[in-house]
Design a protein around this ligand. Structure first.
Ligand code: AMP
Length: 563
């Protein structure tokens, strides 16, 4: 691998000596790989409660849905927003959009109207595929749906027969002004779309992320990015057709798109989906299907430890475990190991690196750094170079912290329709991550801080500016500053500081209620503190770090409350 020539230490890790095992040039996209699975008979590819779908069945249904989309005028290169929970229709819709030559835009089902509207208009999507309940509560309430011509709805109750508390009560009545996904599939069953003319460099998925400035940006993940990252899970980590994938990460997030969906479609390892993450349901699913592998955020593993039905026996099969997206507290790792006998491996990446860039090789133990109090996030996966640079862009030697730059086949090609943001993020030496870390003398990477103004709540990323903009919508608010504060379960949570215009005010409840109506739940401030003035620099820039430090040392807790 050329990328290792100047980094010989990388080859000391067994995973890096292996390289990609699939040398079949005919497989250039996940769609090609999936086509090879359709002959595998009765082997399940998807489990959803008591439902099981084979690759052949998913192929037939995604063909039919692709034809239905094309009949509705969907053209190659057009975008289709998939705004769904972890249900089989996610995978079927994704395949159908690709089969029709289109681009999947993944939208977080927690998004409220403002957030969904921004994605619909920025991506210029022609199609929206969503749950009936989300259509009723969110999509149908937004006045502007951009270029959307076709709305397809579906239900989480489809395919399976469960009707207990997990799914009952979430159902919404059929939506008269939209098409039903399963009806479209049955109307077109047996029809096959013409082979799409997609090439590996075509965009497969847009995943939106907010930023320090400007509107949300859609990271353009190509088919080549997706295939490479799925192969990292298969060939570098070692997940194969005999594994069973537990889908605990949200499917809209790059972790779910790659580490669940693309990995299953590449290897034929069955994928277990359970609608929304629920610890007890997840324990049941692990035991019922013998899940062997998963990747999720550390809060998932904390929740599993607290599930009343979790036992070493129930989780016995699950021994290839990865946690990414947020720091792993060493105490949590030790407690999990003690309780279930298996270890949690760290994996690091961004939406912009199509998930994994650095990971702990399966079966290895990450070294701990006493000085920073952190354990390593891993070593770069194959074909990947990670550089540590200082503020002037100079490369730093081992042991010195700086911003991580990532170069490799998993780095996305840019942001949709945002050449300036693309140029800022993608430098000739790799993607600017905004994360501060260092490499030790053995080539392990450690994360110690963040350069970017981002809050990480259970792996969900919150950009303070987005929350502040919503708080500024309240007429009484003169200044708003949002910071991340430590939280025992989520790692970090959102805290807002506000000051009021002279003679005006609002209650904390009003502030929180406004944020709840406009933002996904994880972005809503858990604490609101009212100040006369918010500390600023001489040039008027809000001193977020000072507010964060003040909160961390609990000097200013009075007046805070949890909604
Ligand atoms: P996202 O784009 O949502 O995947 O978020 C990417 C960000 O999550 C990174 O830039 C890091 O700040 C953080 N992150 C990802 N993986 C890890 C990890 N293993 N440990 C700590 N933080 C992580």
């Amino acid at each position: 691998m050329g990328a290792y020539d100047d980094r010989p230490w990388l080859s000391q890790y067994p995973a890096n000596r292996r390289g990609l095992t699939d040398t079949d040039d005919a497989v250039t996209t996940i769609l090609d790989a999936f086509a090879r699975l359709t002959v595998q008979g009765d082997k399940p590819l998807l489990h959803y409660f008591d439902a099981t779908l084979t690759a052949a069945e998913i192929d037939v249904q995604s063909d039919a849905f692709a034809v239905a989309l094309q009949d509705a005028g969907f053209q190659p290169g057009e975008r289709a927003v998939v705004y769904l929970q972890n249900i089989p229709q996610f995978v079927i819709a994704q395949l159908a959009v690709w089969k029709a030559g289109g681009i999947v835009v993944s939208a977080n089902p927690m998004y409220r109207g403002k957030e969904l509207g921004e994605i619909l208009s920025d991506s210029g999507a022609a199609v929206l595929i969503t749950l009936r309940s989300l259509y009723r509560d969110v999509a149908s309430t937004i006045p502007e749906t951009g270029a959307v011509r076709t709305i397809v709805t579906t239900s989480e109750l489809e395919y399976q027969s469960r009707s207990d508390a997990t799914l009952a009560g979430v159902e919404a009545p059929p939506c008269l002004d939209t098409s039903d996904m399963l009806e479209l599939i049955s109307a077109h069953r047996g029809q096959v779309p013409p082979r799409p003319g997609i090439v590996p460099g075509d965009v497969a998925v847009l995943t939106y992320t907010s930023g320090t400035t400007g509107p949300p940006k859609g990271a353009m993940t190509t088919h080549a990015n997706l295939l490479f990252s799925a192969r990292v899970y298969r060939d570098w980590i070692g997940i194969g057709p005999d594994d069973v994938i537990l889908g605990v990460a949200p499917m809209f997030h790059v972790t779910g798109i790659v580490g669940h969906s693309a990995l299953a479609l590449l290897t034929g390892a069955p994928l277990i989906l359970t609608y929304r993450f629920d610890a007890q349901d997840t324990v049941e699913a692990i035991a019922a299907h013998g899940a062997t592998f998963t990747v999720g955020s550390i809060t998932v593993f904390i929740a599993l430890m607290n599930a009343p039905n979790a036992s070493g026996e129930a989780l016995a099969s699950l021994n290839k475990i990865y946690s990414g997206g947020a720091p792993i507290p060493p105490a949590t790792l030790a407690a999990f190991e003690e309780r279930f006998g298996s270890t949690i491996h760290n994996i690091y990446g961004l939406t912009e690196t199509t998930s994994p860039a650095i990971a702990v090789p399966l079966g290895s133990r990450a070294p701990h750094d006493e000085a920073s109090g952190t354990s390593a996030v891993g070593v770069p996966v194959f074909d990947t170079v990670v550089r540590v640079i200082d503020d002037d862009g100079a490369e730093l030697p081992a042991g010195e912290p700086g911003e991580l730059l990532i170069e490799g086949p998993q780095v996305v090609v840019g942001y949709w329709d945002k050449p300036e943001a693309t140029a800022e993020a993608l430098t000739p030496r790799g993607l600017r991550t905004g994360d501060i870390g260092f490499m030790n003398a053995d080539g392990w990477f450690f994360l110690v801080d963040r350069k970017k103004d981002q809050i990480n709540a259970s792996g969900f990323k919150v950009w303070p500016r987005e929350v502040e903009d919503v708080l500024y919508e309240l007429p009484a608010v003169r200044e708003a500053a949002v910071v991340g504060v430590p939280d025992a379960y989520r790692g970090e949570t959102v805290k807002a500081f506000v000051s009021f215009r002279p003679g005006q005010s609002a209650t904390r409840e009003e502030i929180v209620a406004h944020a709840k109506a406009r933002l996904a739940a994880y972005k809503v401030p858990r604490e609101v503190e009212i100040l006369d003035d918010i500390p600023k620099t001489a040039t008027g820039k809000l001193l977020r770090r000072q507010l964060r430090d003040l909160s961390a040392t609990a000097i200013t807790t009075k007046g805070s409350e949890t909604p």
